[in-house]
Design a protein around this ligand. Structure first.
Ligand SMILES: Cc1cc2nc3c(=O)[nH]c(=O)nc-3n(C[C@H](O)[C@H](O)[C@H](O)COP(=O)(O)OP(=O)(O)OC[C@H]3O[C@@H](n4cnc5c(N)ncnc54)[C@H](O)[C@@H]3O)c2cc1C
Length: 416
């Protein structure tokens, strides 16, 4: 049976997949969006909700090698590694740590910087088009350091961010108190990302994006995809638990689960997950005006529509390990320290950042079948990079010159 040339399936309705679906639909594709869960209900649900176009410094960083032993012991730490899973993921961990050299980190900074510079225009185009402006708060984003030593150690990275075009204002303790009087007055200093903004509810934004996609004729299917199988050189069959879709193109935007889809057409890419948690403080949204990043604690506290959300930390323990209560207690302690007036905590959440060893996403075609296109691995910045990824995927599929050089994000980089 002949399939319409514009038939395209997008697997995954997180921020990345829904953005791909909308940009492809705009370009005239007949898009089917498929997800096993509700749109925006997985990793794109519980994040810190910051639009972090400044976030070009990866977690794998020269400093990580020096601090790793200390980070692996005790509960007062932003990073934790499950000993059992750590052994299983050793090959990935070694690749991740190899990317801590200065030269490789600079490549990652350049690769992330190129995407981040285009991120705001691409995302706002979608957010505004779906009537989502009321879900955006533009008051900048604070990033704070507890000690003078931490502040001094951060200066080189602050300079690198400025070199990537990020607008940053330096703040002393009294500036911080003026901006956010409920914060503990003990911070040594910090910075304001002047152009930072945040979403009051990432899931509400994604829901509106999906509703617009459907209103414009897109097909939404609630379905778990099991495999992608070859039909012809320019056609594949996307097989779900209850239905299958024959298509010219399939975009894999399934976040941390992207490489689990069977059928053999997906390259063996080294995708792992950096787990992160959130704790809600439902009665405390009024304590902050803008998201506050606690550099030493590895988390953000963001005022959202349904309360204050403290989100972050990194746990390397895979996709199936149970919730680690010690991570949640750590977050509660850090919030009490930063915001002494905060009250009772509420609901909690565990999410799965999709991460490749060089902290860059894969945006490109499968080497095994040209109909399969990758759009995953956005680690700590998928809310920020969803829009630009959607636009680049559309340009790639339509053989247009991509507005960002796609070389750093090619899947082939892992076969070197
Ligand atoms: C604690 C924490 C804080 C964060 N803070 C920020 C932040 O402030 N700013 C920022 O930009 N980013 C942040 N992030 C990162 C961001 O949340 C992620 O990068 C982003 O949500 C990834 O989006 P995604 O669309 O790739 O994945 P997801 O949102 O996980 O979507 C993938 C979708 O694919 C579906 N799926 C998977 N497999 C299948 C299958 N076989 N069949 C059908 N459907 C499937 C899933 O159900 C899911 O809905 C944070 C992450 C965490 C954990």
């Amino acid at each position: 049976m002949s399939i319409n040339e514009k038939a395209t399936v997008v697997i995954g309705a997180g921020m990345v997949g829904v953005s791909c679906a909308l940009y492809l639909q705009r370009a005239g594709h007949r898009v089917t969006l498929v997800d096993a869960h509700a749109p925006g209900s997985q990793t794109s649900f519980g994040n810190a909700a910051t639009f972090a176009s400044y976030a070009c410094i990866p977690v794998n960083h020269p400093k990580l090698l020096k601090s790793l032993p200390g980070l692996m012991t005790g509960d007062e730490r932003p990073l934790s590694i499950s000993p059992l899973y750590g052994i299983k993921m050793l090959p990935w961990l070694i690749r991740f740590l190899r990317h801590c050299s200065r030269a490789r980190v600079d490549e990652t900074i350049a690769g992330l910087g190129a995407l981040l510079r285009e991120s705001e225009t691409a995302a706002l185009d979608l957010f505004q088009d779906v009537g989502g402006s009321d879900l955006i708060r533009r008051d900048g984003t604070l990033y704070l350091y507890s000690t003078n030593a931490a502040l001094s150690a951060a200066q080189a990275d602050i300079r690198r961010r400025r070199e990537q075009g990020v607008r940053i204002t330096d703040l002393g303790p009294s500036d911080i108190q003026n901006l956010e009087p409920h914060l503990n007055s003990g911070f040594a200093g910090g910075i304001l990302y002047d152009d930072g903004f945040h979403l009051l509810s990432p899931q509400a934004m994604i829901t509106r994006m999906t509703e617009r996609f459907v209103a414009n004729g897109g097909l939404w299917r609630n379905e778990r995809i099991k495999s992608i199988d070859q039909q012809y050189a320019d056609q594949v069959s996307v097989r779900g638990e209850t239905q299958s879709f024959k298509t010219r193109q399939v975009v894999i935007a399934a976040g941390a689960w992207s490489t689990q889809i069977g059928g053999g057409l997906i390259d063996p890419l080294p995708l792992e997950t950096e787990r992160g948690y959130h704790v809600m403080f439902p009665n405390d949204a009024a304590l902050l005006t803008r998201p506050v990043g606690l550099a030493d604690a590895g988390l953000y506290i963001s005022p959202l529509a349904d309360g204050l959300r403290a989100a972050g930390t990194v746990e390397l323990a895979g996709l199936t390990a149970p919730i680690n209560q010690r991570r949640l207690q750590y977050i509660r302690r850090m919030v009490k320290r930063a915001l002494p007036g905060s009250g009772e905590s509420g609901s909690t959440w565990l999410g799965f950042r999709p991460t490749l060893p060089d902290s860059l996403p894969v945006i490109g075609r499968s080497t095994r079948h040209r109909s399969v296109i990758y759009a995953f691995g956005h680690q700590h910045v998928g809310i920020t990079l969803g829009g630009i990824t959607g636009k680049l995927v559309q340009q790639l599929i339509d053989h247009q010159r991509p507005q960002v050089d796609l070389a750093p994000y090619r899947p082939e980089r892992f076969s070197r």
